[in-house]
Ligand binder design. Sequence first.
Ligand SMILES: Nc1nc2c(c(=O)[nH]1)N[C@H]1C(S)=C(S)[C@@H](COP(=O)(O)O)O[C@H]1N2
Ligand SMILES: [Mo]
Length: 330
Amino acid sequence: MSDRENIRSSEITDESVYLNRRNFIRAGAMAGTAAASGLIYRYLNPPPPREVTTAEIERFSEAEGPLKDELTPIEDVTNYNNYYEFTTDKRGVASLAADFKSEPWTVTVDGLVDKPRVFGIEDLLKIEQEERIYRFRCVEGWSMVIPWVGFPLKKLIDMAKPLGSAKYVAFQTFYGGSNPKGPEVDLPEPPNAMGNVFAGIPFPYVEGLRMDEAMHPLAILATGLYGKLMPPQNGAPIRLVVPWKYGFKSIKSIVRITFTDRQPPTTWSAATPSEYGFYSNVNPEVDHPRWSQATERRIGEYGRRETHMFNGYAEEVAGLYKGMDLRKNY
Ligand SMILES: Nc1nc2c(c(=O)[nH]1)N[C@H]1C(S)=C(S)[C@@H](COP(=O)(O)O)O[C@H]1N2
Ligand SMILES: [Mo]
C-alpha cells in the first residue's frame, strides 16, 4: 500500500491535525542577530502542542524587530493576490481559485540529482513545519507581513542530493488541465482549469534560483499561512517564499523542481527582460524602468514607507552577492 493510501485525506486537510501533529505551537527563542536586523523568525518548538492564536502572533510581531512590522490582516493576505493563471485582478483571484483542487498533488524532483523522486504532498507535510513571519515585497510597490508555515527549501535539496554539476534550481507551477507531474496522479480537469489565457505572460509559470540562494536558510517552501493550510489563491498546496526578492520569484502551486547546470528561464524575465532580471533582489536603488523602487505601500497603511535593501534581510543574504554588480544583475 502506498504512503498516500495510508493517510486518509481528512488527516491531510484537517487543520487541527496539521497544527498539532506538526508541533505548530507558540514562539520559541529568536536568534539575536535575526532580531537585530528586523528579521522576524522563529522555530516552533516541540510539545506541549497547542494552536498559536492570531492575538499571540500579533503580540509577538509588535514586540520584536526595529522595523516595527505588524502582521498584515489575513483578509488582505487572502484577498489581494497576484496569481495570473486565474486572473490579473488581485481582488478576483480568491473567488476564481476557490475550487482549485490541490489534493492529490505531487511534486517531481528531478534533473542533476542523485535521488530523483516524486513526492506526494502528504510526504512534504510530514517534514517538520515551522512558522516564518516575513516581509513580502511585490515589484509593483506594495508589501505585506505574512506568517507563513513551511520548511527550509534546503531540506528538500538535501534529500535530493544534487550532483556537483547542479548550479541552479528551476521551479514550475501547475497549469490547467495538463498534468506535468507524471502519469501517477490524474487530477480532475474541470475544477482545476486555470483559464486566464489573456494574462500577457506564458504558462506554465516558471522560476529559478542559484543553488546557494536556494540553500539559504531564509528560502522556504510554504505549505500554509496564519496557521492554516495554504489557501488556493496563495499558491496551494506548496509554494516558494524568498523574502529578500520581489514577490514574483515566490512561485505558487509547484509541481516540478529541477536541478540544472544552466540559469533556467523565468517567466517575468522571459516576458520582459528589460524590466525583470533573473535575480530580482529587492533593491531601493535600482528603479523599475517605469517606476521608483525607493518606497512601498504597506497594505493596510496610509502613505508609503522606505524600501530596504534585500527587503531588510541584507545582514543575512548580502554575502550571496559579494562582488556582483547589482545594477547589471537586477
Ligand atoms: N504561479 C504563479 N506564481 C506567482 C504569481 C503568479 O501569477 N503565478 N505571482 C507572483 C507575484 S507577482 C506575487 S507578488 C506573489 C503574490 O503572492 P500572494 O498572492 O500570496 O501575496 O506570487 C508570485 N507567484
Ligand atoms: Mo508581484
